[in-house]
Structure formats: C-alpha cells, structure tokens
Design a protein around this ligand. Structure first.
Ligand code: PDD
Length: 296
C-alpha cells in the first residue's frame, strides 16, 4: 500500500482526500515538481527547489519550503524506496480550497500540499540502443510554460496525438520552431554541436537540461542554446530528449523520417554517459559525506 503526504500528514493513499473546492481541481491553480533520487540520494534537489520557489513567488503562493527535503526523504523511507536504484517524488502545491472565484480568494487560504513517491526504471540497454521515435505536434500551451504549473492539458493532447500516430514521444512546435517535448527538453545535433532551445518563457527550464549543458561544457562537447527550426531537423545528425525520468533519451526518427543515419549517435551517447557519471559522482559524494558525519 502506498503512503502519501498530504498537508503535513503521511497517510495511506486511500485515506488522502482533497476538497472539491481546491483551486488546483477547479482552476489548475497550482504548481508541481518531480525530483529524482538515486539509491536514496537526491539528485539536483536544490535546483528543483529553486524552480519551485520561483514558481511559488510568481504565483504569489505563500508557502514555507524549508521542510520539503526532510518530507521527501521520509516519504521515500515510508514507501521502502530509500535504497531504490531510481525513485522520484511528485510534489504538488495548489493555492488551496476556497469558493470558486477567478481572482485569488480573500483572507487566509492554506495551500494544499500533496506528494507521492514511486520507483521508476531506465529502459534496458537494448531498448535505449534502438532509440525512440517522435512526432511533431502543435505547441498549444500558454506563454508562461517556464512556470511548472499543473495545467498540462496541451502537453497531454500533444503526447496523445503523437502516440496515436505511432510515435513514442511528441515534439511541440511553435511558429516553426521545435520547442521541447511534452515532458522533456529537446535537443538536436548538427556537425558535432548539441543544440537546445534557450531558456525563455516558451520552455520549461529543465534541471536535466542544465546538468547536461554543464557536463558537456566541462567535457569540451560543443553546445549551443538557440531555437531549432523545424526545417533544420532534416539536416540533424542526432536528436535526443532530456528530463528527470528520461535522463538522456535518444530520438532516431521524427515524423517517420530517420534522424541522421537513424541510429543513436556518438554525441548522444557521450552526453548520456556524462550524465550517468554525474549521477554516480553525486551518489559517491553523498556516501562519503554520510561516512564523515558518522565518524565525527
Ligand atoms: N517533466 N519540459 C517539460 C514540458 C517538462 O514537463 C519537463 C519535466 C521537462 C524536463 O525538466 P526536468 O529535467 O527538470 O525534469 C522539460 C516532468 C518530469 C513531468 O511532467 O513528469
């Protein structure tokens, strides 16, 4: 049975109830985060938290985030996931429950805070090495998708359209530009340079994207942050997605046409290896840190 967190309590999921007046339910008035843990070690936690805090400020939701890391750890432990190879915590904060109005409710309304933990796994090497397919779909989202709001209907419709066309994933296209995936950032490789959309109000500033950019720069892999025109994709040598649950995910076919030679490319492999090495290094640092604390 899964244990979830709701408004300060850990309880069986079956006992977790949210008011029908919740503004997340009625208006999509809320934010979310998905934070990964590798063998119980948080990966990019501060960055996920910073993105959440930025979103809360922008939405003018007054919420103290200082207890969140402890809550994440406890939720994992209570679900027996504190040693899982890969686990994630989904956290959602809405403005709270109040009679429906379009403007913010007057008076004190307590935000609703809900979280669950689950294990996830990387595709097998065989599956990863085959690569994934994607279909381009219109980006029907609003103009503040840099805020990680729970309003994911356009993402869901985009993904569903791609799925119905037989593709594994969607690439959202706005004004002729391949912006990002439905739940991951998008990259293409041209002549050895890995290109991804710059951080604007039209993409979600992915934590995995930042980590891959950082690792690439340290390793001397050429990177560029600029819009990728849809027409350019026919010239791309490689393509891939980055995201918390996809890590670095190769894309070998877009709209039924092979990307480059249709196989997972060297730059994608290199960046995936660098990403996984960063995960291992983070785990090793955490283990060393814990040993030092014990010795003191
Ligand atoms: N998705 N772009 C979009 C639209 C996303 O929803 C996500 C994350 C990303 C990648 O961000 P990050 O590297 O920080 O995970 C990019 C989450 C995981 C989800 O909706 O489940």
């Amino acid at each position: 049975m899964s244990t979830v967190y709701l408004n300060g309590d850990f309880l069986p999921k079956e006992e977790a109830f949210i008011s029908p007046d919740d503004r997340g339910f009625l208006l999509g008035d809320g934010l979310y985060e998905v934070t990964p843990f590798y063998e119980g070690v948080p990966f990019g936690f501060d960055e996920h938290l910073a993105r959440l805090v930025r979103g809360l400020r922008w939405m003018r939701i007054d919420f103290d985030t200082s207890g969140l890391e402890a809550m994440h750890r406890e939720l994992l432990a209570r679900n027996g996931l504190d040693t899982a190879e890969r686990a994630l915590v989904y956290l959602q904060i809405t403005r709270g429950a109040a009679p429906r109005t379009h403007y913010f409710p007057e008076g004190d309304v307590t935000p609703t805070v809900y979280a669950y933990a689950k294990a996830w796994s990387r595709p097998s090497d065989e599956r990863w090495n085959r690569g994934f397919t994607a279909a381009t779909v219109p980006d029907r989202r609003w103009s503040r998708v840099d805020i990680k709001s729970i309003c994911l209907l356009p993402n869901a419709i985009g993904f569903q359209d791609a799925k119905e066309r037989g593709a594994d994933d969607a690439i959202l296209v706005r004004d002729g530009v391949a912006i990002e995936g439905a739940h991951q950032n998008f990259w293409a490789v041209f002549g050895g340079t890995a290109v991804t959309h710059p951080k604007t109000n039209h993409i979600l500033p992915g934590i995995t994207r930042d980590i891959v950019l950082d690792e690439a720069r340290r390793a001397g892999v050429a990177v560029e942050e600029r819009p990728i025109q849809l027409e350019e994709l026919t010239l791309a040598d490689e393509a891939f997605f980055t995201g918390t649950t996809g890590e670095v995910r190769p894309v070998v076919e877009i709209d039924g046409r092979p990307v480059g030679n249709g196989r997972v490319g060297d730059v994608t492999r290199r960046l995936s290896d660098l990403f996984l090495a960063r995960v291992e290094a983070t785990k090793a640092t955490a283990v060393a840190g814990a040993a030092m604390t014990q010795a003191e």
